[in-house]
Design a protein around this ligand. Structure first.
Ligand code: HAM
Length: 440
């Protein structure tokens, strides 16, 4: 056991762990490409200012930040979105819209360690910029569904909870608390984790005596599951707001999005649930999170609309919406469901070498085969045939290519199929071709 332990919350990936990681990345990439998203990346280190200004208080307290040797205040990135917004702001005029970009990369948050939460985790980010209508949300929700389906998860396994900060603003305005909306939404964000009494206490602390009736109104809003419930909630808050044009315009967006989900055949994966308000500071409209149905894990993915961020980065007005999906909760869930594939690294051929006199011929062939695109391995030392054949099986090779003195005298190598033990001679002067046929 080494006395140098890796830091808490930072993982090491042994080959079998890395194979799982590669699998997650492959599905992420494949599906994102299927939806026409282009891959990009940004720097892992940024100026501290970028995140202080843009990500919000909760993330600010979790930054891995320090001063570099040049005296700059810098931070490892806790998320990609501020970087993305800056990159878009820089080239906004030359980028063709809608911009559909994705990225896979590590993020760093100094979090309290718990299930599903590490201090270094990998996120897939997918974002659409330049589209202000709900067509962008629809595309991202469809992507999120197909990503999770790509891992073998179905409607019984996960649910996307769809909410809307616009509706919350309208509702709090209707209740007469527009000026305290940010602080109230912070309490709503924690509603599921703290008891209702302590939420009510916080509301009373914030708005005085009317805090307990506000808690009742919030509870009613949290129970909304469809547009009819929503209308009722607004009617009890304020007749005027319920009939107002702001609400009716927003309902048009909701109808458009819900119809789109039906048309794409994914409505069963999405539920209206206003308990999602999202902790990050920049969200402005629809917000959503994906959870396992049993809600045994933290969110698998989360995101929403952030229309003001590109402008705050010095760019033009640029509507934007996106989500991040972390690898930790996702991998936990796949393991819990027993659907994380078992990975065995395989190679095409393992060369079994008779001795010193056959070694140089075998090495020449190893070079040629590798150059021709085959994966090939062999023992570094002279060893008994039996031992080398064992190593060949352990390596996951499909064929052992046997370089004995007799074979080489006849200008062949013997290929042994390591699963059915059948053997056949391959001509050495056409080895790549012969091996290709054998593997086909
Ligand atoms: P987020 O909700 O902070 O959003 O993170 C998205 C996902 O990343 C979470 O649902 C979770 O799966 C994973 N995640 C977050 N923190 C940790 C952690 N400490 N350990 C393991 N996994 C974690 C964002 O980051 C937004 N920037 C997403 C976004 C993109 N919004 C718009 N575009």
């Amino acid at each position: 056991m080494s006395k140098f332990k890796s830091l808490p919350g930072f993982r090491e990936f042994y080959p079998e762990d890395f194979a799982e990681r590669r699998f997650l990345f492959q599905v992420w990439r494949q599906v994102a490409r299927r939806f026409g998203f282009q891959e990009f990346d940004g720097p892992a280190l940024e100026s501290l200012e970028l995140f202080k200004a843009k990500s919000g208080d909760e993330i600010e307290s979790q930054l891995f930040c320090f001063e570099d040797k040049g005296g700059r205040e810098i931070s490892l990135r806790p998320e990609l979105t501020p970087t993305l917004a800056r990159m878009i702001a820089t080239r906004a005029n030359s980028l063709k819209r809608p911009i559909k970009w994705f990225s896979i990369g590590d993020n760093f948050r100094y979090e309290r360690m718990q299930k599903g939460r590490l201090r270094c985790f990998t996120q897939l980010n997918a974002d659409i910029l330049g589209e202000s209508g709900p067509a962008a949300e629809l595309e991202l929700l469809a992507l999120l569904v197909q990503l999770l389906q790509g891992f073998g998860l179905g409607a019984d396994d996960f649910l996307i909870r769809l909410s809307d900060r616009n509706l919350w603003m309208l509702y709090l305005e209707a209740l007469g608390f527009a000026d305290k909306s940010a602080a109230i939404l912070e309490i709503v964000d924690k509603w599921e984790r703290i008891s209702e009494e302590s939420a009510t206490e916080k509301l009373v602390g914030l708005v005085g005596d009317s805090g307990s009736s506000l808690a009742g109104s919030i509870r009613a809003f949290l129970e909304v599951r469809n547009l009819q419930d929503l209308k009722t909630a607004f009617e009890s808050a304020s007749e005027e707001a319920a009939e107002g044009s702001a609400l009716s315009e927003r309902l048009d967006d909701w109808n458009c999005l819900l119809d789109g989900l039906e048309a794409m055949g994914i409505a069963q994966f999405v539920e209206m649930d206003l308990s999602i308000v999202r902790g990050l500071a920049y969200y402005t409209g629809f917000v959503f999170e994906a959870f396992d149905r049993a809600k045994e894990n933290r969110a698998i993915a989360g995101g929403g609309r952030y229309n003001g961020l590109v402008r705050k980065m010095g760019g033009p007005e640029m509507p934007a919406v996106g989500f991040g999906m972390g690898d930790v909760v996702l991998a936990d869930l796949l393991r819990e469901r027993g659907i994380m594939p078992q990975f065995v690294d395989t190679i095409d051929a393992y060369l079994v070498i008779g001795g010193d006199s056959e070694r140089s011929v075998a090495l020449a062939d190893a070079s040629l085969l590798r150059q021709s695109g085959f994966s090939v391995d062999y023992s570094f030392k002279n060893q008994a045939f039996g031992k080398q054949l064992k190593a060949a099986s352990a390596s996951g090779a499909r064929f052992a290519l046997i370089y004995g003195s007799e074979e080489l005298e006849n200008a062949v190598v013997k290929a042994r199929n390591l699963s059915d033990r059948t053997e056949q001679d391959l001509p050495r002067n056409q080895l790549p071709l012969a091996l290709r046929d054998l593997l086909a």
